[in-house]
Design a protein. Structure first.
Ligand code: UTP
Length: 225
């Protein structure tokens, strides 16, 4: 099986890098890569948000701030490369075709951001589409997709299985505010729909059992075309 993992920056670097979590993730990715092809995309987390906030003082240029965000995602990617050691390609991969090439030599390609204007969720969805992955696993700070924002609505229900169209609908609702109720951004949801990508969205607890997750055993949300 070919699997793309999308590791949210807020999971990897909540306040500061979660070393214990990075160790666990690296161990699992290494083990999974013995039987499967693995590619990874890493997000920016709190550090990216803080740099972007600081940059607002100096410039209104959104694209410029996106470039700052991309740099931070790549620093996080370097951290995961360090944790994976020999198993990872030693440079942060910046192109989907390069990711494919790296997989051919049995190394794990690690990507951060690519271009301004979207988040690493969109990068992961495009990578999964480009690689024709069998599965995209999104690890985020919410433990699945809810019918409304669980942080605002105590009656919000987690959805065990939804279609890619439903994911787009839900992601569009959360779009008005960054990181709103949508666990993935709307653009990523559209790419998942377009690429007909089977996706599993899980939280940090499931993330330390990725062996089970890729077999379909998890408490998150399965998204099917
Ligand atoms: P993230 O993918 O981490 O954004 O990229 P996010 O979803 O807001 O954060 P977490 O990690 O899930 O908490 C951080 C920022 O980097 C820029 C954007 O500004 C984004 O908000 N970025 C990232 C890009 O412009 N292009 C990319 O391909 C990736």
């Amino acid at each position: 099986m070919r699997v793309v993992f999308d590791i949210g920056g807020s999971v990897l670097v909540p306040d500061e890098p979660d070393i214990d979590f990075i160790k666990k993730i690296a161990y699992q990715l290494t083990k999974i890569s013995e039987d499967h092809e693995v590619a990874v995309v890493v997000g920016g987390g709190k550090v990216a948000r803080e740099y972007i906030k600081a940059a607002k003082t100096f410039t209104p240029n959104e694209t410029f701030k996106d470039y700052i965000g991309i740099h931070i995602t790549r620093a996080n990617a370097m951290l995961l490369i360090a944790a994976l050691g020999e198993k990872a390609y030693p440079f942060v991969v910046q192109d989907f075709r390069k990711a494919w090439e790296v997989m051919q030599v049995k190394k794990i390609p690690i990507m951060g951001g690519t271009h301004p204007g979207h988040t690493t969720d969109a990068v992961a969805a495009l990578l999964a589409e480009y690689l024709q992955a069998d599965l995209l696993v999104v690890i985020t700070n919410v433990d699945g997709v809810y019918d409304s924002d669980p942080r605002k609505n105590p009656n919000a229900r987690k959805l065990a299985k939804i279609t890619t169209q439903k994911l787009v609908e839900i992601a569009m609702q959360g779009e008005s505010k960054a990181g709103g109720s949508g666990v993935v951004d709307a653009l990523a949801a559209k790419f998942i729909e377009r690429g007909k990508i089977k996706t599993i969205i899980v939280g940090k607890e499931d993330a330390i059992r990725l062996f089970d997750v890729i077999k379909g055993i998890h408490n998150g949300t399965l998204v099917v075309p």
